[in-house]
Design a protein around this ligand. Sequence first.
Ligand code: BES
Ligand code: MN
Ligand code: ZN
Length: 497
Amino acid sequence: MQFDVFSRPLAQLPVDCLVVGIHEDGELGDEARQLDRASDGALGRLLAHGDFPGRAGESLLVPGLPKVKASRILLVGQGARAALTRRAWRKAVLTAVGALARTQVRSAALALTRPATRDLDDYHYGRAVADLTHAALYRVNDLKTGKKPKAPVLEQLKLGPVKAQGVAAVRRGLAHGVAIGLGARTMRDLANLPGNVCTPSYLADRAQEIAAKYPSVSVRVLDEEAIRKEKMGCFLAVTQGSDQPPKFIVLEHKGARARRAPVVLVGKGITFDTGGISLKDPGAMDEMKFDMSGAAAVLGALTVAAELALPLHVVALVPTCENMPSGRAIKPGDIVTSAAGMTVEILNTDAEGRLILCDALHYARRYEPEVVVDVATLTGACVIALGAHHTGVMSNDDALADDLVDSGLRADDRAWRLPLTEEYGEQLKSNFADFANVAGRDGGAITAGAFLGKFAQGLRWAHLDIAGTAYLGGAQKGSTGRPVPLLSDFLIRRAGR
Ligand code: BES
Ligand code: MN
Ligand code: ZN
């Protein structure tokens, strides 16, 4: 997809289609009004029939107008003008691109009503359009054997209205948005794959491919023997019931002037979570193929850093394995020793994410990182707490937590901080080991965070629980690409871009 800004009047643009906003009760948006004037009132006369009331989420493709170069016009409902929030505007962009994708339109000019500048400046305008366009055009790489629907032909999108002094910022936003879209697609493609395809070895191969594509990126994959040498007893305990070999992936982006301490991202890579001996209910167990979403997200975010050549050192650590029941699997009550030397009593084999992450957090120390952020579909409790709307943030560092929450706001990929005070960690007491891997049901998202916090002492660390946000269930089942936009914004800001 090619993006740019348009500067000529709409009527003179040599594109297939013009996209304009119509507000409730047929009120024309600013750009639509300009088009109306250029066409001697033809658009207004068309709308006077009342066929298109301008409700949010609706669109209508109409044939070209007199004195207008484009051969068709896409009317997009933007709801009441006074109620035009950034969120409503985003929905209109999604509606517009979704509608264009169902046509034979190859080039279009997007001239919807923009929310007030304080809600959406030029840079974020460009970034959001590029990012949303990629999301709207995303198709699952499904394994259906029937005839595939034709791919959308849309290949060029020009944006307006932009004042001359804002053009550079919009273009910068577009470039960033394209990279974020690519990163989110990287995540979604991986997370949507079934567990029998997306194994730990498969993830390692994809990481190798990313490293081969970008000169700034290097990769190392630890196999089981190397993982044993690192004394990752908790990680090994989770993988021991599986026939798939575990992998520990280290993917690094070293941008120019990247002498600063690195940002380390850690992603949970359980390619399938049956629960192990503490077996899950069969109900929605298929969704546990998404339990490597954290891994997919950090690979996606690293791709964004590489794509934009951010002047940072970013390290993605991905412990990846399956959690399976078997005669060799760990059992409730088993005690294992983590890489950090602390012993853990595994009371519930379904609390496996924290076990693979705690060894990865220990591994992160060798980088003397500036910050460490882990990303994981860690607890059902986080879904109960925040639903599918906010990612849960837990951290031992206020400034880092604030940065992540702010990034979520800017990227429209929101996150909410949960308290991580000492009491929660105290709930992880064990009679037989340094601590247990679970506490009771109460505060389950936070006790999981507290478990990780015990391994992050002395690090500036945050934990993102994406169990509710990384994928959708039901009829829209699939990966959302979250929190790649949040992580990307976080890295872009740190790079001062
Ligand atoms: N992968 C799950 C968490 C999860 C649950 C993600 C539902 C998305 C939707 C995790 O490994 C898990 O099973 N957590 C347990 C922890 C419990 C045993 C303390 C949970 O949330 O039930
Ligand atoms: Mn589990
Ligand atoms: Zn899990």
